[in-house]
Design a protein. Structure first.
Length: 377
């Protein structure tokens, strides 16, 4: 027979009540009571920042009950609009945040391991030569020993790839990682490992802090309202996808306050872009489109007449510094924040995820759930 019982609870609790009733029917009261001792963790946000954390949690030795809560899931996340190159945007000789080098190194290692695995084709990961073009002379950037084959572009290289003789460039090899297949793969792992999903827009973390022991906030720009952090701001990016299978190398350059990038991938070549601080619009701007194609064509002239396949605009979560910390609050749940990556969400993702897991473990130790543990993705 079927027992159909309905309750009205705040988000998170109704899911837990449903799970407990289901498990009691399937396994019996005694076994379910032992499950109750497992820590309950919610990850809020399902992009390239939150989803890896959720997967890592389901693989951890302390077997938490993990719920992923988001207003949108792939293909409708901010991550899905990313150009998806493993490219470090800072060209300074030292990083502004000492944690950046660790996050970047760990993320690069992870994705190069994926590229070397059987999953590379399914995830559409490709290795390309990247040229970073700039004016004047610059000292080498802090990340030169992290990327593969970093070097100063020779005069012959610049001539063959149409870089003006009065400009300089660095060359190296990096990965293009379209976020759609990657997020789908992570979600498949998460569900296979027993993770639960709730699609809902939260207006405050207090809506769920009674239902979980730990809440990991990975809502990016949404943190501006969700946790009232007005140091987070939008950085509007617009890009186009064109059919240009003859383009096999990548170019990036600074153009005033905006950026220029050319990223070849399986579906086409991504051309960008913009970095418009404070612009909340996700509508396509025709003037921006024309400017993007014009700038990119100055490096690869054949792009001027390439067939337009798709175009999009999205909002990067800008912040002076990434917020990755545990918040000391009086609420029932411990809250860990991981947001504000300013266009480097993919580049920092795995390193930030590992640090987030460490913070989760520290909070659980304080709550006497475990002594020590480590999780792997």
């Amino acid at each position: 027979f079927v027992i159909n019982i309905q309750f009205r609870f705040p988000v998170g609790r109704e899911f837990l009540v449903h799970c407990v009733i289901t498990e009691v029917i399937k396994h019996g009261f005694a076994e379910v009571m032992s499950v109750k001792q497992r820590p309950r963790v919610a990850v809020v946000g399902a992009g390239v920042t939150g989803l890896p954390i959720a997967v890592m949690l389901t693989q951890s030795e302390y077997h938490p009950q993990v719920t992923l809560i988001a207003e949108e899931f792939s293909p409708n996340t901010t991550s899905d609009t990313a150009a998806a190159s493993l490219r470090i945007t800072s060209n300074k000789t030292s990083s502004s945040d000492p944690r950046q080098e660790k996050w970047t190194r760990e993320t690069y290692q992870y994705f190069f391991n994926l590229f070397a695995s059987r999953m590379a084709g399914e995830l559409d990961i490709s290795l390309v030569t990247m040229y970073v073009v700039f004016e004047g002379n610059r000292n080498h950037p802090w990340w030169k020993d992290i990327v593969l084959g970093f070097h100063d572009a020779t005069a012959t290289e610049k001539e063959k790839i149409n870089i003006a003789h009065d400009k300089n460039a660095w060359g190296y090899s990096t990965l293009i990682i379209p976020c759609g297949p990657y997020l789908a793969w992570l979600m498949k792992q998460f569900k296979a490992n027993g993770g639960h999903v709730i699609q809902k827009k939260l207006n405050s973390l207090h809506e769920i802090d009674c239902a979980y022991d730990i809440v990991v906030n990975c809502t990016g720009l949404g943190s501006r309202e969700l946790v009232n952090d007005h140091t987070v701001y939008p950085v509007r990016g617009q890009a186009v996808l064109v059919k240009a299978p003859w383009v096999k190398h990548s170019v990036t350059a600074e153009v005033g306050e905006d950026v220029l990038y050319i990223y070849p991938r399986k579906r086409g070549v991504v051309l960008g872009g913009t970095a418009q601080i404070g612009n909340w619009s996700t509508d396509i701007d025709i003037a921006d489109r024309e400017e993007i194609i014009s700038r990119c064509s100055s490096y690869i002239p054949s792009l001027a007449h390439a067939e337009l396949i798709d175009e999009w605009a999205g909002l990067r979560p800008g912040r002076k510094q990434v917020r990755l910390e545990a918040e000391h609050s009086t609420s029932r749940a411990s809250v860990i924040h991981n947001y504000g990556h300013t266009g480097q969400g993919l580049v920092y993702s795995i390193g930030c995820a590992k640090d987030s897991i460490m913070l989760v473990e520290e909070c659980l130790q304080k709550r006497a759930f475990l002594k020590s543990s480590r999780a792997k993705l």
